[in-house]
Ligand binder design. Sequence first.
Ligand code: MF3
Ligand code: CO
Length: 249
Amino acid sequence: MAIVCKSAGEIEKMRRSGRILRQVLDVVTAAVAPGVSTMDLEHAAEKKIRELGAKPAFKGYYDYPCVLCTSINQEVVHGIPSAKRKLNEGDIVSVDCGVVLEGYYSDSAVTVPVGTISEETQKLLDVTRESLVRGIAAAQPGNRLGDIGAAVQEYVEAAGFSVVREFVGHGIGTKLHEDPQVPNYGQREQGIKLREGMVLAIEPMVNLGGPAVRVLEDKWTAVTEDGRASAHFEHCVAVTKDGPVILTV
Ligand code: MF3
Ligand code: CO
């Protein structure tokens, strides 16, 4: 499948989609507290998506049952919301959501602390968030895909954490997942050249311990092999002549 570059008009539509998604994630973030279930977060998200006139992007995608992925602590990505799963003080929960507005997709994730968290876990969140900032900064026309992955990986590993290999970012536009795949590791000056109009979902998943992950029997929830915590932040970013533009704000 070829990489689809977007016109300024299409990027504007994706920005509108992304803006709605940000409002949804803000509502969910504000709802995170000890005692709240991940299904409560799901309901808050679905209500807000409909209120803002968009549609959920994940529900029904490969039969995924919900509008959110909610991944707690050692869960890396694709945790399924459940009324039985309540958040506890000291947890972290990554909330991943996608919406579609007038045919244009957006996809974004944040990892949110539940009450007070340990210093080590706070550092995991800070490093993962900053690794995304570094990856985004590398999304310049003329750079290569490997420049994004290398920027993320170098920052994460210098902090003593590890980057998940099994899941990657992706192109996005009139489909949730488009080419190219966007790994959170790699080598500078390697891979395809980034061009104006490409829109990439950059989404580092960072583990406190080792990089290994496995998928649970539910066929969705990915967890760390060593049981230590993992964080995930994601933005959609347009590559423009003026540099990277974050669409999910
Ligand atoms: N945010 C995920 C991604 O970037 C998508 C979740 S998978 C789904 O690929 F099936 F739930 F949609
Ligand atoms: Co994504």
